[in-house]
Ligand binder design. Structure first.
Ligand code: ATP
Length: 235
């Protein structure tokens, strides 16, 4: 089998005196999807932040394409092909769609070239290219956040709560776009409260309970109803 795109081993991380993640290990190959499930506060976002270098793990290793990046700052991981789409989308609300894409791409020329790729997935963005990002609908803002990922052809995308506040019809488009990204060979780690959608997309899944791994294995082996009842606090 090929080497993993991203590998985290024994990662422990947190905030000041709070340990949010305990000895968590993750392996994702090109074109594979890992769904990270867990109740509010289980440590899902912390896992993505530790992978992206937004926070520094207290213990353990993060390896990107065979290179140890545990101590590398976030921007170096971006340069190595990691793209974090945080909860709340991480777009610049006061800038236009075009300016957001240009910032991500690094130059107007690269943004223009990338826009063709983005436009066939999200045609609405081309129509709204001069609109201020903060005035887009929630679904369009999420599409813009994802368009960043398509522009840079990342090796691994980490996406947090993509469905937050979005209508099911918009989600269909967004999940279709994620499938395309994965089909192109990107590794994907998805944190998602919408368990059925996440498991539908995922090859493997992990369940975090209070920062610890309660399950890690094939997504198909997870009993969605039991997880919802026992861990996520709803039936
Ligand atoms: P949610 O679905 O609510 O975002 P989560 O599983 O993503 O939950 P995390 O955001 O990773 O959970 O939070 C894990 C723990 O770390 C929680 O106890 C949370 O209160 C705490 N925490 C998260 N971010 C910070 C921060 N910036 N400073 C201090 N504590 C934090």
């Amino acid at each position: 089998m090929t080497a993993p795109v991203i590998e985290m081993s024994g990662v422990t991380a947190g905030y000041e005196s709070l340990t949010a993640l305990r000895e968590v290990s993750v392996t994702v190959h090109a074109g594979e999807v890992l769904a990270v499930l867990g109740a509010n506060g289980a440590g899902k976002s912390t896992l993505l932040r530790a992978a992206a270098g937004v926070i520094r793990p207290w213990a353990g290793r993060v390896v990107l394409d065979g290179t140890d990046v545990t101590r590398a700052p976030a921007h170096q991981r971006v340069a190595r092909g990691l793209c974090l789409i945080p909860e709340g989308r991480g777009i610049f609300r006061n800038l236009t769609v075009a300016q957001n894409l240009r910032l991500q791409a690094g130059s107007a020329e690269r943004a223009e070239a990338g826009l063709d790729r983005v436009a066939h997935l999200f045609p609405v963005l081309r129509d709204r290219i001069r609109q201020t990002a903060g005035t887009l609908s929630g679904g369009q803002q999420q599409m813009l956040a994802m368009a960043r990922a398509y522009l840079t052809r990342p090796r691994v995308v980490l996406i947090d709560e993509v469905s937050m506040g979005l209508a099911p019809v918009v989600l269909d488009d967004i999940f279709a776009a994620l499938r395309t990204l994965v089909a192109d060979g990107t590794a994907l780690i998805i944190v998602e409260q919408y368990v059925s959608r996440a498991l539908d997309l995922a090859d493997t899944a992990m369940l975090l309970v209070k920062g610890r791994t309660a399950y890690r294995g094939p997504a198909t082996d997870l009993d969605e109803a039991a997880i919802a009842r026992d861990y996520l606090g709803y039936a």
